[in-house]
Design a protein around this ligand. Structure first.
Ligand code: ARG
Length: 289
């Protein structure tokens, strides 16, 4: 009798699980965006609903990958670990313009677009190129900063690694899910690509001779070279990222928000604030990464 009761109980449990699993419009589950669930705040229920949704909830949720100085990085300010950089200045300004609070979610770069499509994030500002593949998944604003890619090497390789051909067959460090990963895999012959989640790890691999070079946006490569005496950026070698620069990503079809952001960005560009903030962020990052 006892046994039968517990079988019944199990059946009821399974049935109710099946029922809830079939619910049509409950919030997307956190684990759909990989390991970012832990960053989803409360219980990951934040669902992005365009410009009006952001205004209604009084909060703008921004996703970034804070490992990319001077765009976004961690810094100790007043004894506190904070995420700072050009993209944070931009995000703060956008939140101010919209009259809402800013919430930052620091995630792995390759989880950012998933966070956006699942509705966990309202915007992604992460030095991201609006490349054609991504444009199929999300909206992008206009480009707010024009930059291409550079190659970071050890100073001791100064005479060996000067051109793109010199990188053929070499160990190349790139961040997972980035434009540079694709370029290293597809455009550089016989490359041994090492893809890692965080750029400081790539730099560490370069310093300890586990790879021969790293590819990243020019200002980022320069930023890392500035604080690592043993590293340098290959001179006169610019790799085209094929997008011309970086932009903010927004959920697909969220045109009203995209337009609003374009207005705000063009105002920032014309006031010279983007360049000013980048220089300030660069100074801050060279004070100790
Ligand atoms: N611009 C490159 C891309 O869009 C790399 C961006 C990496 N950004 C970051 N915050 N780690 O793929």
């Amino acid at each position: 009798m006892k046994k039968r009761l517990s079988i019944l109980l199990v059946l009821v449990m399974i049935f109710s699980l099946v029922l809830t699993g079939c619910g049509g419009n409950e919030p997307k589950k956190q684990d759909e965006v990989g390991d970012t669930g832990k960053d989803a705040g409360d219980n990951g229920e934040v669902i992005s609903e365009g410009l009006q949704g952001i205004l209604d909830k009084g909060k703008l949720v921004m996703g970034t990958s804070a490992d990319y100085p001077p765009f976004e990085f961690h810094a100790m300010i007043d004894g506190k670990d904070q995420i700072v950089g050009l993209d944070l200045e931009i995000a703060n300004h956008i939140a101010e313009e919209l009259g809402v609070e800013l919430e930052i979610k620091d995630m792995d770069f390759d989880n950012l677009l998933g966070g956006l499509t699942s509705g966990m994030l309202d915007i992604v500002i992460a030095g991201m190129n609006p490349d054609p593949d991504r444009l199929e998944e999300v909206n992008f604003t206009d480009i707010y900063y024009e930059a291409n890619l550079s190659v970071l090497i050890r100073k001791t390789d100064k005479d060996n690694l000067k051109t793109l051909e010199d990188l053929e067959g070499k160990g190349i460090g790139v961040q997972i899910g980035t434009t540079q990963e694709k370029i290293a895999q597809e455009d550089i012959k016989d490359s041994k690509v090492k893809s890692l989640s965080k750029n400081p790890d790539i730099v560490m691999n370069l310093k300890t001779e586990k790879i021969d070079c790293a590819i990243m946006e020019t200002p980022v490569a320069e930023s890392f070279a500035k604080v690592n005496d043993d590293l340098m950026v290959v001179e006169n070698l610019i790799i085209d990222n094929k997008s011309g620069g970086v932009a903010i990503a927004v959920q697909k079809g969220n045109d009203e928000l995209t337009e609003k952001l374009n207005e705000i960005l063009s105002d920032l560009v014309s006031k010279g604030l983007i360049d000013k903030w980048l220089i300030e962020a660069d100074e801050l990052s060279s004070q100790g990464l």
